[in-house]
Design a protein around this ligand. Structure first.
Ligand SMILES: Nc1nc2c(ncn2[C@@H]2O[C@H](COP(=O)(O)OP(=O)(O)O)[C@@H](O)[C@H]2O)c(=O)[nH]1
Ligand SMILES: [Mg+2]
Length: 318
């Protein structure tokens, strides 16, 4: 199962994000709350360095609340705040401003000491395709400005979208690439509609979704499709669903294409229920990340100090 992403686009996007980083105070990274790990860009930490970041777990209307809460705990770091949102309705978006203010408190205090009164916060939106970046920007702007549809990178002319929260957003989101290598990620993206259905075998995909639901949410399958039981063989489950839904061809054969399309549609539309396809792993890597951020900040401070010392030495020499 291939996800195509032209390497040249990756390079360009990378460069543009680095450039735009200098213009913003914070990053707003949008992810799909049904797959908080698979919808992350694999290089995001390297790309945004220690820039304060908000992770929006979007589409939280479709997830299992308890698992989303676990993800929030697992992804939060000293410079990363995680919020669950629904960009279609706007639920949760009010929490963005206080989160940003908390992340930027030290910086704002410094600016205030220098006498600045009206401080605008500028942020850049990033995320992989289909996670809801445009929906988010539109909702924040309360007008349809952000174009839907994707193109890699961020446009050259910088336009800022003013929001009702006193936050300015770069008008075009940074479209990031997903993790391509592993099958699990590709499947998660495909289940949730992040990869176009034309590029894969939809019957195989539906079968694999049944396997997943059989493991994590068997009771939801029973309830939605009025099954007597969840059979051990996923194929038997798929057949039972097809029969319940009348996806039968002439000669009483099962119409697998029809049932596959139906099942995926219902899953994506949240009709099977609130479902999260991934669970957070252990906390170990969190400590690593915190250490990494600290080191990065220390390094920066050191460089700054060296720079000041150098300047002073130069002064003395002159
Ligand atoms: N259920 C649900 N769907 C959403 C939400 N946010 C966005 N979507 C849908 O997700 C799809 C992709 O959204 P879009 O903003 O175009 O994603 P982008 O590619 O990141 O710009 C669209 O069909 C949106 O309607 C949400 O919070 N809940
Ligand atoms: Mg878009």
């Amino acid at each position: 199962m291939a996800i195509n992403w032209f390497p040249g686009h990756m390079k360009k996007t990378q460069r543009e994000i680095k450039e735009n980083l200098k213009l913003v105070d914070a990053i707003i990274e949008v992810r799909d709350a049904r797959i908080p790990s698979s919808s992350a860009n694999p290089d995001i930490e390297k790309l945004v360095e220690d820039k304060p970041r908000i992770i929006l777990l979007n589409k939280s209307d479709l997830t299992e609340k308890k698992v989303t809460t676990e993800w929030i705990k697992s992804l939060s770091l000293s410079n990363v705040k995680v919020l669950e949102v629904n960009c279609l309705t706007g639920v949760g978006l009010n929490a963005i401003k206080p989160a940003l203010l908390e992340l930027l408190k030290e910086k704002h205090d410094r600016l205030r000491k220098k006498g600045l009164v009206n401080i605008t916060t500028r942020a850049m939106v990033v995320g992989i395709p289909n996670c809801g970046k445009s929906t988010f920007i539109n909702k924040m702007a309360r007008k349809s400005i952000a174009k839907t549809g994707d193109r890699p990178g961020v446009t050259k002319s910088k336009q800022w979208i003013k929001t009702s929260m006193g936050i300015e957003l770069l008008d075009t989101p940074g479209v990031l690439w997903p993790r391509f290598e592993d099958e699990e990620t590709a499947l998660n993206l495909a289940f949730t509609g992040g990869i176009k259905d034309e590029v894969m075998d939809i019957e195989e995909l539906a079968y694999k979704l049944v396997v997943r639901l059989q493991t994590f949410y068997p009771e939801k399958l029973i309830e939605r499709y009025k099954l007597d039981e969840v059979f051990e063989n996923p194929m038997d489950i798929l057949d039972a669903i097809a029969i319940k839904r009348g996806c039968i061809m002439r000669g009483k054969e099962i119409d697998y294409t029809r049932i596959a399309v139906l099942l995926l549609d219902e899953f994506r539309g949240g009709k099977i229920g609130n479902i999260t396809l991934e669970r957070p792993k252990k906390e170990e890597c969190k400590e690593e990340k915190e250490k990494h951020i600290e080191e990065h900040i220390e390094e920066k401070e050191e460089r700054k100090e060296e720079h000041i010392e150098e300047k002073e030495e130069n002064k003395e020499e002159n």
